[in-house]
Design a protein around this ligand. Sequence first.
Ligand code: PMP
Length: 356
Amino acid sequence: MSLIANIIRPEVLALSAYHVPDSSGFVKLDAMENPYTLSSDLQRALAERLAQVALNRYPVPSYTGLKNAIRQQFGIPENYDVVLGNGSDELISMVSVACAKPGAKVLAPVPGFVMYAMSAHLAGMDFVGVPLCADLTLDKAAMLAAIAEHRPAITYLAYPNNPTGTLFEVADIEAILRAVGDTGIVIVDEAYQPFAQTSFMPRLAEFDNLLVMRTVSKLGLAGIRLGYMSGSKALLDELEKVRPPYNINVLTEAAAEFMLQHVDILDDQAAQLREQRSALAAAMRQLPGVIVFPSAANFLLIRVPQAEQVFANLLKQKILVKNVGKMHALLENCLRITVSTPQENALFLDALSASL
Ligand code: PMP
């Protein structure tokens, strides 16, 4: 016991590990994954491509081909580069490592994506959470006051926000970018961009302190772990120094390059999920006592009476959603449901009506 206390940092001792429940046998609606798999033709073509990868070699650390494909397919402005991460989770860690001067702070609206606070703590930085309004929209006045008080080195704005699905107002984000000025960076996290269809990426040149972060996870490639972030060359040059040199493995690199040649398929799936999101929201609004919050992401946040019991009833029917009720006071009695195929959504809806 004293060994652990002697060597492990107090910030780590205080954390609990990111818990991922076992989901085998469940309809899995807890992690914002794309439910669609590849067609067998595409699977075969991908397998052929992966079979040619030289597993004996390290990746070529410049990742030029992959970066060019990302820049072309994902609308990175001309003359802007990207830094790659093993998931955007790794990009979040890299930014913390780069900015963790003694006393430096990380700020984000709460409830928000848990890794912002976790990564700040792991890097020894203070995390300042600014509560959203009761309707889960951004509290602009509170954000601006907290920025003036804390002068955060890093401000995160998930656009749209997880776990609420809220798409913050463009004018509020602009005001935050200006208020932070040259005392911090603002990371607009566009993990759910395929479902929001709006972006700060085209606006990079307007703000020196803006970084736009994205992932291919929600688009349908969560398993390969690939995130990317763009911003000024000066900022990216510094982040490149903390990036582990071979952080994108050769299989991820090859699979991503392959899938980026077929990105229209993933875009079609995102379009189907956006349609399903409207249908599922409308159907849930018909159920007694269910409040559905507006969402621009591939999930819906709902409030139900006695959510703990509803969650347990859903589990009994082999449906796994995310119980976020304990995450933050504003989320009392809330569940987060990933939008899936029409079939899985129907199974969920039946189970939900039976669970209320
Ligand atoms: N940002 C937000 C807002 C998220 O919700 C998530 C995943 N839940 C991530 C980033 C991380 O995505 P990944 O590491 O899969 O790229």
